[in-house]
Design a binder for this molecule. Sequence first.
Ligand code: RB5
Length: 151
Amino acid sequence: MKIVLACDHGGFQLKEALKEHLTKSGYDISDIGVYNTDSVDYPDYGKRAAEIVASGECDRGIIICGTGIGISIAANKVKGIRCALCTNEYMSKMSRLHNNSNMLALGERVLGKGIAIDIADAWLSAEFEGGRHELRINKLMEIEKTDKAED
Ligand code: RB5
């Protein structure tokens, strides 16, 4: 599975820890930055990672900022993206089972490193259940189609 990782300066340390852990676990990681703690704008990185997932270049994306909020909002504005901001394993697992999330957002200033890694592991090992949830995902995609901002 190919995973794109991205963060702003508020998520740099956690992104580095996740990269090491996921690489050791055998995932194919594409790290699109940032590569230090110089201040940047989270929308740029959330959008870039989301476009990589939406295009199919990577299967999934994990994005990190201070809270996870800003970068998840950015990613969710890209068509085809279902980015789940999670603070525990139950949320990340359920975001796969029921919401077929294709991106995970984490907050470095909210989570300890160990918990964040467990959340990511739970997310990566859970599979979408389909069935009645498929219909709901289709309804989400319908909302994207009727987005008046594009008219
Ligand atoms: C950066 O200071 C911080 O605002 C950002 O990392 C994130 O928490 C925004 O949602």
